[in-house]
Design a protein around this ligand. Structure first.
Ligand code: FES
Length: 113
């Protein structure tokens, strides 16, 4: 998952030549300028929303796109937005917690997994 001109795009289906002139943000663009974890990355770390090397960047990038569009999404909105990132290894609960934390919301109402 990458963000192209503000929209999340599955990088495996994007033809590089079609992106000529577009603004493309990859997972590397989520870190702070000093290389430390950005807000979303830190929330995923803090709430154990981490999955494999394919799933985690996809979830982080989707979260960035979601929060740019909706800075305080509900649990239902988060689950709906992330449903395109299919991971068969998790129940998503900690990922939802991480997204809520990244948006500055209380995660206490969500049950831990
Ligand atoms: S953690 Fe990546 S497929 Fe489940």
């Amino acid at each position: 998952m990458v963000i192209v001109d503000g929209q999340p795009v599955k990088s495996c289906t994007a033809f590089a030549a079609d992106l000529d002139g577009a603004e493309v943000t990859t997972i590397e663009g989520m870190a702070n300028p000093d290389g430390s974890l950005g807000t979303i990355q830190k929330a995923f770390q803090d709430h154990h929303g981490l999955q494999c090397g394919f799933c985690t960047p996809g979830m982080v990038m989707s979260t960035a796109a979601l929060l740019a569009e909706n800075p305080r999404p509900s649990e239902e909105e988060i689950r709906h937005y992330l449903e395109g990132n299919i991971c068969r290894c998790t129940g998503y609960q900690n990922i939802v917690r991480a997204v809520m934390a990244a948006s500055g919301q209380d995660v206490g109402a969500l049950a831990a997994e």
